[in-house]
Write a protein that binds this ligand. Structure first.
Ligand code: LER
Ligand code: MN
Length: 269
């Protein structure tokens, strides 16, 4: 089992980040606790020093496994489905701007909230048309530098577009890009999927990345999800990627990060 944890490269409003603050110190802590990788939430690649991040990760023996892009929505309101064409174009440009560092680090690029939500006055067909066109463009650009893109189904309280694994599968089929897959997140799946394990199995071959949080978005083991069963289903699909912890820093960051890791490593799978 290859485990990573999400770290943000800059302060953010998003709360499901176990560790915040000094990146270098946090990468050293992750390595010391036994994590294998790190997922970086990057609002804007113009704000980071990619070479320095790669050096710090390497010095700590950590792989940079995925790049989250959702802060461009959370902090700046960019999305592929905004009624304002300038905002849609900025969201696409921001995605493309992530590609050099994603290529350099070998990370999967995540599209979560950057897809946006249904805005007043925008019909679902129109929003889906913009979303599909944006993903086709970004995937074509990403293919040129061998980057894979993972679309994350997100629960209904955070978006009105693509809540379930089945909707995610239908979307990637419609987009038709060979480098587009899914990021499944147990927190969202617990809200949206009738049966988490069946939905995971239905995504066989299309799962590019995996997020874990328990039912309450605390660390795995703090809620009522059966991670042994869930991860057995995940590995039964042939999944060989990382499992990234994306959970709240409760009761405190260090406890959450260490208990989550211990729970998953202790599973009999
Ligand atoms: C991001 O990976 C995620 O899971 C969303 O809940 C972001 O709000
Ligand atoms: Mn997630």
């Amino acid at each position: 089992m290859k485990l990573a944890l999400v770290l943000s490269t800059q302060p953010a409003q998003f709360k499901a980040l176990a560790l915040t603050g000094d990146l270098e110190a946090n990468m050293a802590r992750l390595a010391a606790w036994g994590y294998d990788g790190v997922e970086l939430a990057i609002r804007d690649p113009a704000l980071i020093d990619g070479e320095a991040l790669l050096r710090i990760a390497e010095a700590n023996g950590l792989n940079i496994v995925a790049i989250g892009t959702g802060q461009a929505w959370g902090e700046e309101g960019l999305s592929y489905t905004d009624p304002d064409p300038a905002v849609r174009e900025a969201a696409i440009a921001r995605t493309v701007a992530h590609l050099p560092f994603a290529a350099q680090s070998g990370a999967v690029l995540i599209i979560g909230l950057l897809r946006g939500i249904l805005r007043p006055g925008v019909g679902r067909d129109q929003a889906m048309e913009w979303l599909i066109a944006a993903l086709r463009h970004c995937c074509a650009q990403a293919a040129r530098c061998n980057v894979r893109i993972a679309l994350e189904p997100i629960n209904r309280y955070e978006t009105t577009l693509i809540n379930t694994a089945a909707e995610g599968l239908a979307l990637i089929e419609e987009v038709g890009a060979p480098n587009l897959g899914l990021l499944l997140d147990t927190f969202h799946m617990n809200i949206e999927e009738p049966n988490i394990e069946e939905s995971i199995r239905a995504c066989r071959g299309h799962i590019y990345h995996f997020h874990v949080a328990d039912s309450n978005r605390w660390y795995p083991g703090a809620g009522h999800l059966d991670f042994a069963s869930i991860l057995k289903a995940l590995y039964s699909t042939g999944y060989e990627g990382y499992i990234s912890g994306e959970f709240m820093p409760l009761p405190d960051a260090a406890t959450a990060a260490q208990r989550g890791l211990a729970h998953l490593r202790g599973l009999n799978i």
